[in-house]
Design a protein around this ligand. Structure first.
Ligand code: BGC
Length: 382
């Protein structure tokens, strides 16, 4: 296990980065080395780069800021590519007002009730940034940091290693957490994410990716006609603060039953109390397969109009399905249109929300000497 950052400069030199450092239009060749271009600068002058990768028909653009997937292009049934991930065309909007578009989420994806937990008898208070709760790692989560990025090619795979070290106490979390996330595009066009982390003190960790998908193309309207299946007979109901009550409720006979593919919008207006809390679907499904050694298929999303289909396989026990309920028409996306409620949806593979306070949920505790490892694979077809 090598989490120590190898020299990024060497990686960059190996990638032959000489061109495209000033423009935003650098293109990668299929199966070729990732290409780097300048995307913008933070207020303190730090440069943020965008890496372009292509393999097996999938095109991915990733920012060093937040490890953000700024664009994900896949073909439809006629071979026409569209960007199927919501985002912005400029850095300032990501910094000012992004609802986690495309970002890597840490240290803890999802909510921890009142930002509090106790581990080995010590109480910790985290950064609270969502009403009374801590959401997606707190006010300055992993989505708001610049990661060190190292491109690679490996056989027929191309990809990026992303590194971020979170210091002991950052956002209230104990332990120095060294994180490595690898984005790989395979020759089949699959997008694979491998997460790794180590700590020097007992801590909790739950990393995920926050891409908002719209398989008809971002800025094409809502995802309510997308058909979704989730291999889960139970989900974790929440309270008004979107914190799990601790119950593992059956989906049978409820709007949460996606065991057979159904349109996302079909039951979204059912007057179920759980749908009122999140203004729609915004829940964690307890996947039937639980924690697995290898990524197992857990969900399929299909847009009937384009034929684009995405299958998700993961080692994780949970899936947060968020139907873009809080998009409110106040943001202008990459394609120049306004994003409104339901214009994209997130499928965040993860451990369950508030696990540090729910001893009967799968544990999110990481101890010195252990390595956190999870994998999620997105496979595309049309
Ligand atoms: C959560 C939503 C939250 C959103 C923020 C999702 O992961 O489930 O409740 O509003 O992130 O963009």
């Amino acid at each position: 296990m090598e989490l120590s950052r190898r020299t990024v400069i060497a990686g960059a030199a190996a990638a032959g980065i000489t061109a495209g450092l000033t423009g935003g239009t650098a293109h990668a060749t299929a199966g070729g080395r990732p290409v780097k271009s300048l995307f913008g600068k933070l207020a303190d002058g730090t440069k943020v780069y965008r890496w372009s990768l292509e393999n097996g028909g999938t095109r991915l653009k990733v920012l060093s800021y937040g490890g953000i997937v700024q664009s994900l292009e896949i073909p439809d049934r006629r071979g026409r590519h569209a960007n199927v991930s919501l985002g912005f065309d400029n850095l300032d909007d990501y910094v000012a007002s992004s609802p986690y578009f495309g970002a890597l989420i840490g240290r803890y994806g999802n909510r921890i009730g009142q930002g509090r937990f106790t581990l080995d008898g010590t109480a910790y208070q985290l950064s609270v940034n969502d009403g009374e709760q801590s959401l997606h790692g707190g006010a300055q989560g992993f989505d708001k940091h610049v990661w060190d990025v190292e491109p690679f090619t490996d056989g027929s795979d191309v990809g990026l290693h992303l590194y971020y070290t979170s210091v002991d106490g950052e956002m209230g979390y104990p332990g120095t957490l060294r994180t490595k996330v690898t984005y790989t595009l395979t020759r089949h066009g699959d997008w694979r994410i491998d997460y790794e982390a180590t700590t020097d003190k007992p801590t909790v960790v739950n990393l995920t990716s926050h891409v908002y998908f719209n398989l008809a193309g971002e800025s094409s309207g809502t995802i309510y006609d997308h058909e979704l299946s989730i291999d889960a007979s139970r989900y974790t109901p929440v309270d008004a603060g979107l914190i799990p009550t601790g119950e593992l409720a059956r989906v049978a006979g409820t709007p949460f039953d996606f065991r057979r593919a159904k349109a996302v919008g079909r039951d979204i207006r059912v007057a179920h109390p759980q749908l009122l809390y999140g203004k729609g679907l915004d829940h964690n499904w307890a996947l039937d397969k639980g924690i697995t050694r290898r990524p197992e298929s857990v969900a399929t999303l299909r847009d009937p109009s384009s034929g684009r289909t995405m299958r998700i396989a993961t080692t994780e026990p949970g899936l947060q399905f968020y139907s873009g309920n809080f998009l409110d028409g106040s943001l202008v996306g990459t394609g120049g249109t306004v994003y409104r409620q339901g214009d994209g949806l997130c499928l965040e593979t993860q451990h369950f929300p508030d696990s540090p306070n729910k001893p009967h949920f799968p544990s999110t505790v990481l101890r010195p000497g252990q390595t956190y490892r999870t994998t999620t694979v997105h496979s595309f077809s049309a």
